[in-house]
Design a binder for this molecule. Sequence first.
Ligand code: GLA
Length: 688
Amino acid sequence: MTADHGPRWLRWPSETSRRRFAFGADYNPEQWPREVWREDVRAMRHAGVNIVSLAIFSWARLQPRADRWTFDWLDEVMDLLHAHGIAVDLATATASPPPWLTARHPEILPVDHDGRTLWPGGRQHWRPTSPIFREHALRLVRAMARRYGSHPALAAWHVSNELGCHNVYDFSEDAATAFRAWLRDRYGTVEELNQAWATAFWSQTYDDWAEILPPRLATSYANPTQQLDFKRFSSDALKDYLRAERDALAELTPEIPVTTNFMVMGETKGMDYADWACEVDFVSNDHYVTTGPQARDELSFSANLTGRLSGGEPWFLMEHSTGAVNWQPVNTPKKPGGLARDSLTHVAYGADAVCFFQWRQSAGGAEKYHSAMVPHAGTDSEVFRSVVDLGATLERLAPVAGTRRRRAPAAIVFDWDSWWASELDSHPTSRLRYRQEALDWYSAFAAAGVRVDVVTSAESFPHYDLLVAPILHVVPRGLADRLGAYAAGGGHLVTTYFSGIVDEHDHVWLGGYPGALRELLGIRIEEFGPLLDGDRVDLDLGVSGTLWSDRIDVTGPDVEVVARYTSGEHAGRPAVTTRRVGTGSASYVSTRLGPEGLGPVLSRFLATGGVRGELPEAVAGSVELAIRTGDDADYWFLINRTDESVTVGDAGEVAGEVLQAPCLASDLTLAPRQVCVLRRAHETPPVS
Ligand code: GLA
């Protein structure tokens, strides 16, 4: 939802105004002969596909030379799709510059940290701050808007593709010039910058803006605040590019909503999406499953956070996969039911569009072994049959489309500044992983059968009875005050090791850790206690910690020691503390307990916060619950997290009309990896 108007959704062609799920894929017809296009639209209609993202990587096909444009093929595809009732999320086609442009202007090519040019051969080989690239890209954007802005198939604009996937950090002279301008805007004077960057250290004091560079390859650790500001600048530079395309589109086609696909997934950390979300008409996200025991929870975590970035409004799952990707070390297919479970988990957390990369699996090119809706084996395949089943399921679930997320009783705070700053070099340990700690807490909530929202630090905390802020490392004074007010007002705050350490300039809050939160937590720590690989510390809760430990001194009134270390340097000393604050509390967990180890600790905090699960206790950990709420009903998504059948118990306990067969309403048994949706009419007005 952009600043000048509220959220907007797809502009469906008029005859299909009822709310329904968008279902489709990236579509790259330029890779195939025309007869395949006709086969495509037939198969799309058979599968229930109602939208495609088109022309994402088509720049070279649309503008083969600087002075030549070839839109005829795209005209034909747009008309063919519209004739078959398939809407188009039309890309601006600027994601990958054509060879003629980079040959003519190599100065648009990114430069990496070590000073190496990133040459053509892949994709997204452009500098976010290059004026020359932007000039050529916006010329294409305007040409697309003028030609297709009134096409009846056009449902949305798709700016570029995954901005920052390969080019978020550019160290070129263009980047240096833009970085200096960004710094001047942020600090005003070189003196203020010197203060913020602590440049008295290692004789780094600047006398003139022209002396300042991006943190390129250096002899030793680069200035940490310079690094942090460069991350902030790089995210802003791409956001500025997004706004340039969006504004060009809005000028020519103001009635068409604009989106771009974020990447809230795994360790993709270069773009602060909490800061970007207001720049688009609706949030779109790409997600691909990771591997390992928390892979499913990571998908849920990412969908959950995306739904909050969208402000609880429906969002667009732009891409995920029907099966294996091709860019992990080993790319495994999905298990039976996995395609549907992944898709419906995104829907459970607010996605009103389920789209894939891509429609037809490529025969050539770097992603020919990446799964698609139509695999190399064609439509007579398990994958395509699963796709058709999913299309039918989404049709049955149409009443859910347009409903909003129902808030959970608890929340996990996710903060990009803390993610960036806590993982800088020259730190107590290089092993710390910010997102992993947040995901561990998410898995612990899932294991406890308790719904939890993943929110950003900009959200209003009082909505939540329990607020967990893992490794909230960067705590400016204002955030510390908000957290204190939350606890004093009855909220129950939990934070962890390496939280509250620095201000927004990455300067340590002095007087003892955790600086900004020391008084609120009623504790004081003089030295960090990072653990070596393989070392563990035991706690008297029967769990053990890795990565980190702290020597805690209790300093405040009303502090209760929840758990003590029973081994390691701090044996006998506090490991987990809770301080009563007003009608609330503030708690501290001083080691990494991991998803299982957090169980006993979380159950303690759930009790303190009066937070309970909404499903029968017996299925806690096996069945994940997410709730969407509409005008007349709630929709309960029961997600089987396991590879076994799970009986949810007497349907009376979770009474509701089963929306999606074949859940057995009588005893509500979920097959392995199955998602069941219950419609529960409102007895009372929905919780806002
Ligand atoms: C991203 C890109 C797609 C494709 C997929 C592969 O989502 O947007 O073009 O590269 O990854 O997983």
